[in-house]
Design a protein around this ligand. Sequence first.
Ligand SMILES: NC(=O)c1ccc[n+]([C@@H]2O[C@H](COP(=O)([O-])OP(=O)(O)OC[C@H]3O[C@@H](n4cnc5c(N)ncnc54)[C@H](O)[C@@H]3O)[C@@H](O)[C@H]2O)c1
Ligand SMILES: O=C(O)CC[C@@H](O)C(=O)O
Length: 529
Amino acid sequence: MAQFKVLAMDNVSQKGLEPLYNKPDIEVVIGSKMTEDELIAVIGEYDAMIVRSATKVTPRVLENAPKLKVVGRAGVGVDNIDLEASTQHGVLVVNAPDGNTIAAAEHTMAMMLALARNIPQAVAKMKNGVWDKKAFLGVELRGKTLGVIGLGRIGSAVARRAQAMEMDIVAYDPYISEEKAESMGIKLATLEELLPVADFITVHMPKTKETYHMLDDKAFAAMKDGVRVINCARGGIVDEEALYKYMQYGKVAGAALDVFEKEPNTDSPLLEMNSFIATPHLGASTAEAQINVAVDVAEEIVEALQGKVVRNTVNIPSVKPEVMSKIKPYLKLAEKLGKFQAQLVEGRVNKMEVVYNGDLAGEDVKPITTALVKGFLDPILQESVNFINAPLLAKNRGISVVQTVNGRADGYASLITLKVISDKGEKSLSGTLFQENEPRIVMVDGYRVDAVPEGNMLYVPHMDKPRIIGPVGMLIGEHQINIAGMQVGRKEIGGKAVMMLSVDAPVPEETLKAIAEIDGVLDVKFVSL
Ligand SMILES: NC(=O)c1ccc[n+]([C@@H]2O[C@H](COP(=O)([O-])OP(=O)(O)OC[C@H]3O[C@@H](n4cnc5c(N)ncnc54)[C@H](O)[C@@H]3O)[C@@H](O)[C@H]2O)c1
Ligand SMILES: O=C(O)CC[C@@H](O)C(=O)O
């Protein structure tokens, strides 16, 4: 009998599973579509599972999976896997972020060409027996400007292909260095600069708080008349209602969506518009990409089952158990510190400096630094960043990571300080563990605080004077948002101070603006951890 059993779900490419079939101690079972209860009934037998996006790896599934050691996502997005519950159950989650880059880039090019030459509409007419030569006057790509929003793996692969078609590329990606863009022969711009000059706009970022509805009413209003828009990234980056409105006006000459805010989607009003084309989330659906992602994930599962260091671990780093037991509590703190800083910092970041003080000085702190970098890149790159590639991704973005170890910890058993340096200045954040495993932020920009880095938080630097704390609380209360905790730190009476609030729900944009207008408030940042 094989030592390990692997359940492969969601029609994952069987050809790609060869690395598993080649191992005598591994048995692979191909599963068919199951409800959560059906999966719960069988998952107890398995050591590993492979999924695409259909199977949901929920906390209930994980609770009923005592043998499960690793879940592999054949693809990038891990939104169908509960990462927190996986970590709690000690289950490693791995993905395959590179295997479908070319497929998604080529699909984007196919969408752009189909839009430019009305190919789907012409095919539909011919199939209805109509030879209509007049209705489909297209446009050429040569000499047109392509606006690429998100210049990561897929965005840059699209840019390279569009350059070959003699398009001019203008890109918006606040997390890519000028040098990196220049090396690709691409001019970086702000979103405000890109929108009015682009003839075609294509988006290639993850769906985050920042990118959700990035192409909204205001953005469409700023675009060039006759623009054509493509989304082969994630549904929701393009506001579908606003797109519909601007297509009706005729300002948007055509749009192509591979992804929708709600999927599956066959009843969008957009589908009734002649200049709208769509595919059902096919970006990664090529034979090659499906084999690539299955091979990558199958190899990672073999590595994980053999107890080796795994390439693309999404939730916990793959390190030796004896090291892990010492540093594990700090990994959560480090990720939170990184994530917090990512939402505070402004401008193009060029350096992350991590300083370790106290007991940690004697440990192998490299995985903790990686966790900080991963946390920092997470709000920007989401599924693409993992414990293995985080340092390389930072380097590729022109961010240098420096780690220093120092004996003294100024009253704390151990202290981690993350300084982030950007072209707009420096931000510093320190954290520690209370009771050995409770993360706390204890210093922000040199001000002492004591805040639990969790959930929804507000960071409000202000002048130390009356009538600030009350009005901030009132404005939040007016939106029926409960304040769970508040901390104020100052260095001297009447000088600069900082306020950290934990709130029970996200604070709306208009409340943040109203807080920023209170006399004496210097800035306000909403942080989601
Ligand atoms: N349609 C499909 O089937 C399919 C297939 C693969 C990937 N995808 C999706 O495509 C997208 C891009 O994937 P990738 O592999 O290139 O990811 P990536 O992580 O390599 O690149 C994402 C880029 O977006 C940038 N970015 C983040 N926030 C931004 C913001 N606010 N404004 C502008 N840029 C921002 C990042 O700096 C990064 O360069 C992801 O959403 C991924 O899930 C879709
Ligand atoms: O597996 C798929 O088809 C989804 C592909 C893509 O959206 C991903 O996240 O990798």
